[in-house]
Ligand binder design. Structure first.
Ligand SMILES: NC(=O)c1ccc[n+]([C@@H]2O[C@H](COP(=O)([O-])OP(=O)(O)OC[C@H]3O[C@@H](n4cnc5c(N)ncnc54)[C@H](OP(=O)(O)O)[C@@H]3O)[C@@H](O)[C@H]2O)c1
Length: 260
């Protein structure tokens, strides 16, 4: 059984722990406050370490699940040569190496909010010090909460836009469609449910199909029909360009935050 220690036991740590198979992993948490950690540990049926030092001594893999600004103080205070996994947005392998050592094994992971329903889309990258065996264990951890994509670190900013921020844009799209349903006389709750179910099934269609999305658009657009009228209207209103601009704005903002 692999011993995993979570430093920080907030939303994301709890979501990951909920998805983990407790027969494969022995899990300990250490949050900001011991009594709070004990409460969370008992809810999640894991154990709470008395402090970070105890957790680091026990764990085989340490997951840093605190906000990015907390990581420097933790890594400065607690030294260990055990593999660390960071889920902190915007903190690079180079940043983490600077805070530890050139020989430190580090995995950088970027889950998204869908971890809360065990359907995260997660990006992962390791440095050269991480063994294949350790990397396989870390991949098992994050596969338990959804899908996992091994990506180059240079693509983390784009991944963050496509998977981290995009739920907000998809919520906006669903709400806009559902509002249109209201405009045409349907109740908002029913409209939202109908659109959300359709978005989910359409995404499943894309994943199940070898066709690219535009072919699927063509497949539902019969000549002179209703769907093509809407497709043309979306295009006349720059739907594709608007979405691409939004993703580019997200990627650019991420770059500017990394530089400041
Ligand atoms: N939420 C997301 O959708 C998401 C997605 C991708 C990545 N992430 C990353 O995941 C990390 C955690 O985010 P989150 O959403 O889980 O935040 P969160 O709910 O605020 O959890 C962070 C936890 O760390 C605790 N903490 C603060 N200082 C600490 C310390 N010195 N030692 C131990 N624990 C400490 C906080 O306790 P207090 O509340 O008592 O301060 C809180 O419980 C962040 O780095 C974020 O960038 C989050």
């Amino acid at each position: 059984m692999t011993k995993i220690g979570f430093i920080g036991a907030g939303k994301m740590a709890q979501a990951i722990i909920k998805g983990l198979d407790k027969s494969k992993f022995s899990i300990q948490i250490s949050g900001y406050d011991f009594s709070e950690s004990e409460k969370v540990a008992s809810e999640l049926e894991v154990s709470a370490a008395k402090n970070h030092a105890e957790l680091i001594a026990t764990a085989e893999i340490i997951i840093l699940a605190v906000k990015p600004y907390v990581i420097p103080e933790i890594l400065a205070q607690y030294k260990s040569n055990k593999p660390i996994v960071s889920i902190a947005a915007g903190v690079t392998l180079a940043n983490l190496t600077e805070m530890t050592s050139q020989t430190q094994a580090i995995v950088r992971v970027m889950p998204n909010i869908n971890a809360t329903i065990q359907k995260a889309t997660t990006g992962i990258v390791r440095n050269n010090n991480v063994s294949d065996e350790t990397f396989a264990i870390v991949k098992t951890i994050f596969t338990s909460i959804g899908s996992l994509h091994e990506i180059a670190e240079k693509d983390f900013g784009t991944f963050t836009a496509l998977a981290g921020s995009s739920p907000a844009y998809i919520y906006m799209f669903i709400d806009a469609m559902s509002r249109a349903g209201v405009l045409h006389g349907m109740p908002k709750d029913a409209s939202t449910k109908i659109v959300a179910e359709t978005v989910m099934a359409s995404a499943e269609m894309i994943l199940a199909s070898d066709d690219n999305p535009w072919t699927l658009v063509d497949n539902v657009s019969s000549p002179g029909g209703t769907t093509v009228a809407g497709v043309v209207s979306l295009e006349q209103n720059n739907f594709v360009a608007t979405v691409i601009d939004a993703i580019t704005a997200t990627v650019d903002k991420n770059k500017s935050m990394m530089q400041s």
